[in-house]
Design a protein. Structure first.
Length: 263
């Protein structure tokens, strides 16, 4: 089974993030998207159960190699980083088109059986890329999996949506996105970190994809993006809390405060 797991290099959610000229500033304190760790674990478990290869795929700036290396440490067999200045400012559609082109290039070597992604990236939080990948590949999409059951030819997931539990199934090849409830990602030990250094890590530009896609037809870059950030403001600091001492009339004071707020 040949599994591609899509990962993203994002600004650390605990860092002080900034937007300049409508773009999130990157390259200062970036890391592997936390929700993609569950996708990596799901891909590694699939290959441990059925044999095969896990390929970590990411699109981003040059330092996205750091997240690709972490995916290798966590069990991926190979990684590919697609980086090109022409990709800066791309939205969901452009990102998905480039990732699909990269997968088509991989498939020239050997067919891909399964694509696994996290449920969202912690910078954009659109959750749209997995479905866009499935559309571009013309494969079935099973989203927000909490449990995955795989055979060599079929995938079945359990998910919770809108208060219901759904069991969905599709023949492979397919695209699956997973939630952070699907597994517990492994932490790489020293042996795994050392082994990752000898695993293949390829860097592709857009020109490397020209044999599998028409570059002129890709909706990439800021000019082709369907969305733009018009403004962004830092949330104001919270005001100091108002402490009410309960001397037997705390309930009355609370009700009075709520009534004043709701005026």
């Amino acid at each position: 089974m040949r599994v591609v797991v899509c990962v993203k290099h994002v600004p650390d959610v605990l860092s002080e993030r900034r937007i300049e000229n409508g773009r999130l500033v990157r390259g200062e304190d970036d890391t592997l998207n936390e929700l993609d760790e569950n996708a990596i674990e799901a891909a590694v478990q699939a290959v441990e159960d059925h044999g095969g290869e896990v390929i970590a795929l990411t699109m981003g700036p040059e330092d996205a190699e750091d997240s690709a290396m972490l995916a290798l440490q966590k069990g991926a067999d190979r990684a590919v980083v697609v980086s090109d200045d022409r990709l800066a400012g791309s939205d969901v559609i452009g990102t998905a088109q480039v990732l699909v082109a990269a997968m088509k290039k991989m498939a020239e070597e050997e067919p891909i059986d399964l694509v696994i992604t996290g449920m969202a990236s912690l910078d954009g939080m659109t959750s749209m890329v997995p479905a866009a990948l499935a559309t571009g590949l013309r494969w079935p999409y099973l989203g927000l999996a909490q449990e995955i059951s795989l055979t060599q030819t079929r995938a079945e997931i359990l998910r919770s949506a809108d208060g219901f539990e759904d069991r969905l199934a599709a023949d492979l090849p397919a695209v699956i996105s997973v939630t952070d409830q699907v597994n517990e990602p492994r932490y790489p030990n020293f042996k795994a970190m050392r082994a990752a250094r000898s695993k293949p890590l390829d860097h592709w530009s857009l020109d490397d994809l020209s044999d599998v896609t028409d570059l002129a037809a890709l909706a990439i870059g800021e000019r082709e993006a369907g969305t733009q950030v018009l403004s962004a403001d830092v949330l104001p600091e919270r005001a100091a809390a108002q402490v009410v001492q309960d001397s037997g009339d705390g309930g009355v004071k609370l009700a009075t405060y709520i009534a004043e707020v709701l005026k």
